[in-house]
Design a protein around this ligand. Structure first.
Ligand SMILES: [Zn+2]
Length: 448
């Protein structure tokens, strides 16, 4: 039984090289939030569907329907510091700036106040799925998952595990590895059992990264992943400091060590990955894990540009991440723009004192179609969820962009802008004020 029909023009990217334009179609959504069919709006099937559906939404000529954005990397507790502290190096930023904020989430009231601002904001940006690092606190993590359920955002929520006596401050760490594994196990059970979470919000095992975790904690969490089947997220080869720490401690590279600890699994989300080499890509590909490319955050903290195009050529699943608050913007559409920008800088190089031929890495550039594909289909394929495209059998996670609002910077000119240009303008320019509607699993979660 269909419960919703949305009629309008759909813009989406089924492959990294393809923009698909479906003009004037009816997207028919079932009671379960899954798309039943997509018909030409003028067809008999479409007319029958919207005659029977209790809810019909017809977009106007200035509006376009797009698949919802999947943000693979968000540090929820860092929300209050968004946009600040970005001139520091990663290690200093963590110890002097970020951990002192994260420790405050022992206070559940403070946590709830932050979550209640963060989650609706991301939804207004069109982020229908978010993969969250919470703090080390079980109660704050439970409240984050419950907040996602309440606001209707699809999410993976992870209690952060970290216990290394040298890699963490005394006042912000798990007591020891055993306690860390136990708290993560309890958090998984709590989130999985939350009323309304089923099919929407799931737990995810979250060792912060190797420098903050003892071997015992890492292997304990690997066993937990194997026994529960929960997904895993962590940071991987993010910066010279983090990558160098792993090399020095084990004499092996990050990706390889995560595999040794049982953490490189199907659906594992590896944040950043700027220093991954082709051998690492092979490890990630064979495990069916994937990378969260965070182009803006990487520009501040990661010492190198992630080679998105090379990773895709090697068959690695890649999605995009805002990395709130290492990235200074909550929206994923701006990250698409940043992904294009940094790929151009990687291709051309950045040091003008070098000759053009030795300045960059040829063949690195991507365009907005590839970037948007990563933000939708790419993220869905990393996580293994049926989202990222508006097609039969996929979840109806979607948002509307309205162009030509008087107050907006997003203007379309008839006779000048074809659908490809409209798409490019939407990706680069659309702001929350241009997004009047967002659905997650067929439920309307933003109305303007
Ligand atoms: Zn991060």
């Amino acid at each position: 039984m269909s419960s919703l029909v949305v009629v309008g023009t759909v813009l989406q990217t089924p492959t990294p090289r393809t923009l698909a334009v479906s003009s004037d179609v009816a997207v028919v959504v079932g009671d379960d939030g899954v798309i039943e069919a997509v018909h030409p709006a003028a067809s008999m099937e479409a007319k029958d569907a919207w005659a029977a559906a209790p809810r019909v939404q017809r977009l106007n000529a200035h509006e376009r329907l797009l698949p919802g954005l999947i943000d693979l990397h968000v540090h929820a507790p860092q929300w209050p510091q968004l946009g600040t502290g970005l001139d520091l190096g990663l290690e200093k930023w963590l110890f002097d700036y970020t951990f002192p904020l994260e420790v405050r989430y022992a206070d559940a009231g403070f946590a709830l106040e932050v979550w209640d601002r963060l989650v609706p904001t991301l939804l207004r940006h069109g982020t229908t799925t978010a993969v969250y690092f919470s703090s080390i606190h079980e109660e704050a993590t439970r409240l984050l998952a419950a907040t996602c359920v309440r606001h209707g955002q699809r999410a993976f929520v992870g209690r952060v595990a970290m216990d290394h006596p040298e890699g963490t401050p005394r006042w912000y760490r798990d007591v020891d590895a055993k306690a860390g594994v136990a708290a993560s196990a309890a958090s998984i059970e709590t989130i999985a059992g939350l009323p309304g979470a089923r099919g929407l919000v799931a737990p995810i095992i979250t060792p912060r990264f190797i420098p903050t975790c003892t071997d015992e904690l890492l292997s304990g969490l690997g066993e937990l992943a194997a026994s529960t089947g929960a997904l895993v997220q962590t940071h991987c080869s993010e910066s010279d400091w983090e990558h160098g720490h792993v090399l020095e401690r084990f004499g092996r590279r990050d990706a390889w060590m995560l595999q040794q600890f049982g953490l490189m699994r199907r659906g594992t989300v590896l944040a950043h990955g700027n220093l991954l080499d082709d051998g690492d890509f092979g490890v990630i590909r064979s495990a069916a894990a994937g990378v969260a490319h965070c182009p803006l955050s990487n520009s501040y903290f990661s010492n190198a540009v992630f080679p998105l195009r090379r990773a895709l050529q090697q068959g690695v699943a890649v999605g995009l991440g805002s990395d709130v608050a290492g990235g200074a913007h909550p929206g994923l559409l701006p990250q698409c723009g940043h992904a294009v920008t940094v790929s151009r800088m990687l291709e051309d190089g950045v040091d003008g004192s070098r000759g053009a031929a030795e300045r960059g890495v040829p063949g690195s550039r991507v365009d907005v179609v590839t970037a948007f594909h990563a933000a939708t289909v790419g993220g869905a394929s990393v996580l293994g969820i049926p989202a990222g495209l508006l097609a039969p059998g996929k979840l109806f996670d979607a948002f509307v962009v309205r162009t030509n609002d008087r107050e907006s910077g997003l203007h379309v000119y008839e006779g000048l802008d074809d659908e490809a240009r409209i798409f490019e303008k939407i990706v680069r320019l659309a702001a929350p004020s241009d997004i009047p509607a967002v659905w997650v699993g067929g439920r309307r979660v933003v109305t303007r």
